[in-house]
Design a protein around this ligand. Structure first.
Ligand code: PEP
Ligand code: MN
Length: 371
């Protein structure tokens, strides 16, 4: 019989006391497995935190509290445990092809909004490399608002060009996955990071499929979602739970958040990007947080200042549109920058270093300050 549970009862974390031994931790984990059939994740930093996977409403809180080494048992009210800083205190850092994302790193993702032709893609890729991006956008499929807009090349051809962009620049590539049936082809073509776009941010079949892999995922913020809904989408990718709340795998812990603004009444900017979301999300989640000054502002003239603002607020990098010829772009040319990308990236790195230099760290202390 399925227990009658509320969402908040599902999630439990156990804080071990400061002097708890690894054996005591193991005993708690074994006890939960043996008595309740639930698996646990253990995070060891200054102290040890055990996260119970699955429907933790069956766990007897008092019995677990009494076990040696246990400091306290907490039923967390947030619905996004795996993405939450209350479970995982330290910043998560993800490494892809030598590039580090999260923690005190500033990581820049850039490149054309869409692959249009081989020469446009390679020219834009080279311009992005010269500008100093760490991860190259190589977008094959485009989810467009109108079916009459440019939606990308035929899959095979698009992926060939994406692979050529990677080979030519030596940079890791990120590409948006819209259609689950394209996943294998993306991975075979060497896509290093899968992006879940704003329009797909709550599409659970896609999130569940990505939870079975280890490939890093950039999760955009759905433009009709609040913060908790966004972090719940991240938890979908991370939790490794099936519909009954049973642990069926480890989940994919390599999630990178990317804030891009929401629908607002203001139409002079493309989307409403609320800068206070940056320190807030850093305080609520341990996941790397990027922001997208191109899709939020929608205007290349605004991108530079918005990028600097995101970094000052604590973003650990940004993703932006760079095009070799924005005036001729088939997709989002108005918000794409050209050669000025290099200046934007080098100034961003200077701002990031300056903040650290004056003691305003961009790492975990931003998160702590915002708590
Ligand atoms: C993009 O990054 O190309 C994109 C379409 O962004 P979003 O999903 O945030 O609209
Ligand atoms: Mn775009």
């Amino acid at each position: 019989m399925t227990p009658n549970i509320t969402e908040t009862e599902r999630q439990m974390i156990i804080h071990m006391a400061a002097g708890a031994t690894p054996e005591q931790t193991l005993r708690v984990v074994e006890r939960i497995q043996r008595d309740y059939g639930l698996r646990c994740d253990t995070i060891v930093s200054e102290t040890t935190v055990i996260g119970v996977k699955g429907i933790a409403s069956v766990v007897d809180e008092d019995r677990i509290s009494e076990l040696p080494g246990v400091d306290r048992v907490i039923r967390i009210t947030e619905k996004f445990k795996d993405a939450s800083r209350s479970f995982h205190h330290e910043d998560t850092v993800i490494e892809v092809g030598g590039v580090r994302i999260g923690g005190g790193n500033l990581t820049v993702f850039g490149g054309p909004c869409a692959i249009e032709t081989e020469s446009q893609a390679l020219d834009s890729a080279r311009m992005s490399l010269e500008a100093g991006v760490d991860v190259l956008r190589a977008f094959v499929d485009k989810s467009r608002t109108s079916p009459y807009d440019y939606r990308g090349l035929e899959l095979g051809r698009g992926l060939e060009i994406a692979a050529a962009m990677k080979a030519d620049t030596g940079l890791p590539i990120v590409s948006e996955l819209i259609d689950l049936r394209h996943l294998d082809a993306f991975l075979k073509a060497g896509v290093d990071i899968i992006q879940v776009g704003a329009r797909s941010a709550q599409y659970s079949p896609l999130l569940e499929e990505l939870s079975r892999l280890e490939v890093p995922v950039v999760l955009k913020h759905g433009f009709g979602n609040d913060m908790s809904e966004w972090l719940c989408s991240a938890a979908y990718i991370m939790s490794g739970l099936d519909r009954e709340g049973r642990s069926v795998g480890h989940g994919n812990q390599n999630v990178i958040l990317c804030y891009r603004g929401i629908k607002s009444f203001e139409s002079a900017t493309r989307f409403g990007a609320d800068i206070s979301m940056i320190p807030l999300v850093r305080s609520k989640s341990h996941l790397p947080l990027l922001a997208d000054p191109s899709h939020s502002s929608g205007d290349s003239k605004l991108v530079e200042r918005v990028a600097y603002g995101f970094i000052a607020a604590g973003a650990q990098g940004f993703e932006f549109d760079i095009h070799s010829n924005p005036a001729e772009a088939l997709c989002d040319g108005k918000q794409a920058v050209g050669r000025e990308a290099g200046r934007i990236i080098s100034n961003s790195r200077a701002i990031h270093a300056m903040l650290a230099g004056v003691g305003i760290e961009t790492g975990a202390s931003v998160a702590v300050a915002a708590k």
